[in-house]
Design a binder for this molecule. Sequence first.
Ligand code: 4NP
Length: 163
Amino acid sequence: MTNSYMTKVLFVCLGNICRSPTAHALFQAEVNKANLQGRIFVDSAGTGDWHVGGQPDKRAQKTALEYGYDMSHLRARQVSVSDFSEFDYILGMDQQNLFDLKALKPSSYQGVLGLFLTESGIKEPDEVPDPYYGGELHFNHVIQLVEQAVRGLLDRIRKEHKL
Ligand code: 4NP
């Protein structure tokens, strides 16, 4: 259940089965730790539609579980123009995601649209690289980048929304 007083954050990657569900699960855990789950709503989506309705990639789930995060309840969906009426922060994982999101963005959008790492205060790298065609090392790299970034993102949102 969400309400209009919630600050809403959407993480976006290509398939919504590797990087953005990882960001979704880790940021949700950070929000819960701060007891802000009634104030911040978290979601994720993909620019592509190949995996709609599916669970996160098994390799991403396994890596997340090793770090203590269960993401088996998440299901992939495709980003849509209506997300721009809903979300205060729309954060792409890489430059291609951001390019695709900019193409969808209504000119009236007032929220923050940018790269997840950059908007979270990380100087470099600016992209969370796509691990889909990679191995275990790539999935570990994703989760390590995401773990660093979610802390900075929550600090920023707390400041900007006085939470
Ligand atoms: P994600 O990874 O964008 O981090 O979810 C991918 C998932 C699926 C595909 C590509 C990247 N794919 O080509 O199906």
